[in-house]
Every structure is written in structure tokens, then in C-alpha cells.
Design a protein around this ligand. Sequence first.
Ligand code: NAI
Ligand code: MG
Length: 492
Amino acid sequence: MKQVATRTHTEQYDAYIGGKWVSAGKRFPVYDPSTEEVIAEAADCGPSEVDRAVAAARAAFDSGGWPQTTAQERGRILFRLADKIRQNAAELAELEARNCGKPIVEAEFDIADVATCFEYYGGLATKIMGHVNPVPDNALSLSLREPMGVAAQIIPWNYPLLMAAWKLAPALSAGCACVLKPAEQTPLTALHMAKWLEEVGLPPGVVNIITGYGETAGAPLVQHKGVDKVAFTGSAAVGKGIQKAAADTLKRVTLELGGKSPNIFFADADFEAAIDGALFGVFINQGEVCSAGSRVLVEKKIYSRFVEAMTEKARKIKLGPPLSRDTKMGPVVSKEQYDRVRSYQELGKKEAKLATGGGRPGGFPSGYYVEPTIFYDVDNTARIAREEIFGPVAAVIPFENETDAIRIANDSNYGLAAAVWSRDIFKALRAVKAIRAGIVWVNHMQPTYVEAPWGGYKQSGFGRELGPWGIEEYLETKQVHINLNEQPIGWY
Ligand code: NAI
Ligand code: MG
């Protein structure tokens, strides 16, 4: 009788420390959220792996080897990494889609952005420049820009490799050494990329990747004395804890903590573009976007027509397996996130009116699928209008006029992003100035470019990623005073 293979291949990963694959003694399961099956196992790192990784990063930095590599050389390493990513883009996109559930077409855009990010910061390495300070003395006064040291980088699961690139690229360009901790749900693409780090010329220890849970791997990393800077993207609750934990050793901290971003539609906006923009703003990537336009503010003059049109189009969004090219929405990332989104769907039914969705879609016996959901007549004091859901759930809120729109938009603890839709340039630009948020789009929502700054106001965090702003967060400034007087000071 023919033997049937029953064992499915599960890839096992260790941690990447000091240029070597290091076992943590145990591993944790990594899932495909569309099937709920285990697809890999990754190292369950704890304090001892954190110690080893920080020691490796410290050695790479303190030996002077990496920070003194020429800027040209650091740039070329990042260019080679970008090339590797491009050459392996199809494989990486597939792995990303499988691990976090996003549609393959979106994953392909992510991977292209990853390569662009490494390239951008590769180019920026040779543009880090100091100053000559015009001091009123016979002296030469300089400001030097130097790398901050060892950076701990803790990232989320919604754009796994892209978030790794946003953190690693500017840090490496600046000459820092890094300990990256991917989210426990989605470590696979970063681990895959680690296989190329040596080949592209990164000295061992410059990038270390430890996988594991927030409490057991993330927390000891944040507290570690050998870490100079913490860069974090994730929930506001964890971000607040990180700021406190970093205080003891006065680590530099940057935080990107998501939001409850208003997507504002004035009656004079192009109606069709507006409906499309409202849906794109909140449903792209299953709504698992820090800048999701999860509060849809609509002027009363067009309100009922708007809700109707948005609902009709939302019902046609194609849910499906992440690897299907016609899928527009995959499952959310995990059981935990599924339960969380489902509970907000139920809460919304008590707090507002349900236009569409509100549950689990039919036709999916397994997988963490949730329906694209629209609540309307939402009051801005409702929890579904105040708390980040991080799933495909929109809260539509009516407004009276411009003043009312701005008041509601700013009535939030968060301030990451916002969008304004109008054909009246005066009105749109007044709104741009009045909104308290780090990113404001006009007649679009979500386009993100490595050339432009990214980060929040208020409780959406602080510090900026991307562009030249991103590299600033990994640089210290050293004042150098060179006396040109050959006489004694003559004071005593
Ligand atoms: P989280 O904030 O717990 O996880 C993000 C990262 O932080 C992961 O790598 C995790 O392992 C790590 N982490 C968790 N606890 C930590 C600790 N005590 N010390 C150091 N690192 C720690 O986010 P989670 O639980 O995955 O999602 C919960 C909610 O957070 C989401 O529903 C969403 O609202 C928000 N979120 C926001 C993101 C953003 O882009 N701003 C990204 C992910 C989640
Ligand atoms: Mg958490």
C-alpha cells in the first residue's frame, strides 16, 4: 500500500544573534490566520537571549567597527539589501500574506516599499552632515552627528517587514546597531531577510533579531542597560509602559501608537471619489492600519446618501484567501485580534446603528475572517468612536458645518492622521491647519512615502519616522570647540 505523508512541513527558526542562529531552547507556534494552522515555529526568546543579543549589538557598536564604517559603505550595504529584497519579492510577499493574512496584491506593494526604504536610507547615509557654529571667538566650533548606539526596535504585525525596514534602515544608515523584535504573530519575513544580512556585507552583531512575546522578550529588551534607544510601534497601552520603563536609564524613545483618525467629507467633495476614499481609508489591510480612517465624518447635507452608497459598495468587498489575486480583504491577523474586533462589532450594535456587516462572514469554515462593518449615527463619545479597533469597522459620524467637523475631528486622545475631502481649497486648507494630527491628507487617505515624515500628535506618540526626520531619531549631536588662540586663557 502506498504510504501517505501526514507530516506537514513546519519551518523552525532560531533567533539571529551576532550573525549566528541561536536556539532559545523552546519555540512558539506561528499561524496562518486564513487556515488557523501552524506554519512555522520561532524561538521563544527570554531575558537570556535578550542579553546575548544586546551584548552582540554592543560589541558591534563599541568596537567602533560599524559606526566607523564609511557612510558610502553603509549605503552600499543597504543598496545590496534592497536588491536582495527585490530579487526575492515574490517569495517574501507570499510569506507575508500567509503569515499576516493580508491580500497578496497588498503584500506585493509592501515588499516593494521595503526595498525602496532600504534604498532611500542607503542614499541618506552619505548626506548626514554636521555644522560649523558661528561662535564669537577665535575658534572653530563644530556640530558632529553621531549614531545613538544600540537601538531596540519593537514592531507590530500589520506590516511586518515594512515596519522592520522603517526601523532598521534609518538606524543602520546612521551607524547604530540594532536588536529587532518582530511581533510574535508575524516573525517570518524578518527572519527570512536575516539569511541575507551577512551576504550583503553587514558585520555580525549589527542586526540581531530576537523573536518572542512582548512580556518575555520585549519588556527585558526595553529595560536593558545596554540599550540606548527604543523605537516602538504598537498599542498605546504598551507604548505608555515603554516610556515609563525607559525612564530609569533615560533611554531615547520614539513611539508610534496608532489612532482613531477622522476622514472628513464635506458636501462639496467629489461624491464618487469620496465613497471610494472612505472605504479605502478604513478597510485597506483589513483595517489593521495605524492611520485607519476609522471615524468617517460626513456633512449632514450628503449624509444619508453617503451612508447608503458606502454601505452598498462595502457589501461588494471581496473577502477571500490571502493568496488569491482577486481578494480585497483577508482574515485579521490572530485569534486575539479576531475576538477583539468581534467584541467591538457587538459593542457597536448597542452604541449606534449598523449599516452592514457586524459579524463573521458566511462561507469561511476556518480563518479569522470578519465582515467589513459600518456603523452610522455614531456619537463621538461612543467607545467605537474613541478606541482603536484595528479591524474593518467604520464609525460614521454626521456633522453640521466646518466648525463642527473640526471640533469632532480634534475630540480624540489620538492625533496620528486625518483626511479632508472638499473641492473648496480654502475650506480644505483651513481644516489642514486646524486639525491636530501628524499627517493630513487632502482628497486622499493613506498614501505613504519614505520621503515624507510619519508620526503622531497627542497620544499617538512622538518622534518621526521616514525621510530625513527618521534618521534624526538615531543621531546624537556632539559640540566640538577647537581653540585657535595660542595664548593661555589668562583668567588666573
Ligand atoms: P502590542 O502593542 O501588544 O504589540 C506590539 C509589539 O509590542 C509586539 O512586538 C509585542 O510583542 C510588543 N510588546 C507587547 N507588550 C510588550 C511589553 N510589555 N514590552 C515590550 N514590548 C511589548 O499590540 P497587540 O497586542 O498586538 O495589539 C493590540 C492593539 O494594539 C491592536 O488592536 C491595535 O489597536 C493596537 N496596535 C497598534 C499598532 C500600530 O500600528 N500603531 C500595531 C499593532 C497593534
Ligand atoms: Mg498586546
